[in-house]
Design a protein around this ligand. Sequence first.
Ligand code: BG6
Length: 515
Amino acid sequence: MTESRDAGPGLRNPLRDPRDRRLPRVPGPCAVVVFGVTGDLSRKKLIPAIYDLTNRGLLPPGFVLLGFARRDWDVGDFESLARKAAEEHCRTEFRPEVWERVANNLKFVQGSFDDDNAFDELHHTLDELCASHGIKGNAAFYLSIPPAAFPVVLKQMERTGMADNEKAGGWRRVVVEKPFGHDLKSARELNDLVDHVFTPDDVFRIDHYLGKETVQNILALRFANTLFEPIWNSHFIDSVQFTMAEDVGIGSRAGFYDSAGAARDVLQNHLLQLLALTAMEEPVAFDAEAIRIEKVKVLNAISIPDDLEHYAIRGQYDQGWLAGQRVPAYRDEENVPKDSRTETYAAVRLGIETRRWAGVPFYLRTGKRLPRRVTEIAVLFKKAPHLPFDKTDTVELGHNQLVVRVQPDEGVTLRFGSKVPGSAMEVRDVSMDFLYGEAFTETSPEAYERLILDVLLGDATLFPRNLEVDASWRVIDQLEEFWEGKEPEKYRAGEWGPRGAEDMLARDGRAWRRP
Ligand code: BG6
């Protein structure tokens, strides 16, 4: 949908209007202001995404990127950093003539977050850019900064009037990176502040998993087909496993990570969002509000087991081997305290207290320094109630499974029993695969490309709303309270997590899938 017809979040319905879906969605003239523009996220994701969007012709001619950071730089320094970032991390081909278009519309303002003069200059520069680029006041502010700095930056925007749609004469939106708060209380405080400074509909909370094609495909798989929905309930489903495994360690993020841990870093957001999409009811429309309503219902229906000792497991990686290389223990990573109790692995069993899901366990696990990077959702169906075959012929028959491979090898696999060729009636599991890379000629955009474009178009469908954030923290707060002061279990880097996580499933007569 084009900007001129963009009626704001909640009103676009591309699934219902096929003409609409085919139109290239290009926003009107606008600016993106990035706070923390020299940081990791900006260099690896945001600037490359802006380059890719330009390369795909999805940004308007009147577009400016305005960086704000502490470094004592001029616009030339910023341009070299941005060019390097785009060259190294862009998804589409790097073409110097496309980069020229981006480079001609870059600006940089230097300053710290508590510096009123710097914010006044930012305000002034933004106004000038709007005038020189034919931008009718439209600007998105991207907070790619440590959570502790959110309040001061938001207050500066309030003081200068930069967040005010009316004063600006166009839309003013804010993009807040996760983690959105540290617990329920701080998330609510932050919500109050951000909703006070900006109009609530102009607040875009980023969970980049929702920008992934494969994650959006969960909704297509469930609601565009007749095949799966009739069996998507406790009558047919035995259990669901969510795995988000990473082989990397914490890199240079100790400052943030050691005060967060795996549960706050990814369970609270990415994994609970995957659970919500997998378990929610069909939305009445494919728009922000209708989807939010269904996700919130599921998140509010989550129950945690009484026996957390056995069903909420935390781990921390010890030294080990990965891809033939020796890697250090978490406590030996740079800037991590030697006695840190922060978890780098978390696994938990959750329930959903609804008629559809009564009694179905949802197992979630995530960890760093696991054998490989893989994110998947495995829906395990109940075994056939009766097998008319000889028992010895079905020993290798497991649960039917539908596996959504979020990454890598994006696609969907269906596992079911099949007869082994030969004279006996031996039945064994086989897989049927759909691979994005083979089925479509287009490659998937990066999550940040999609999400930045949606912010500029005012489409909030793929952004969690504050009630979802609230409901997710209510789950995590209970787990954190139970874990408080306890030592996480050690697991060797390069292995699939701590013993306790294996025992958790074994206690239920199940086992984790080996992705
Ligand atoms: C981020 C977490 O949100 O997601 C990181 O803060 C994690 O710890 C990252 O590494 C993983 O993202 P992806 O897209 O590579 O799976």
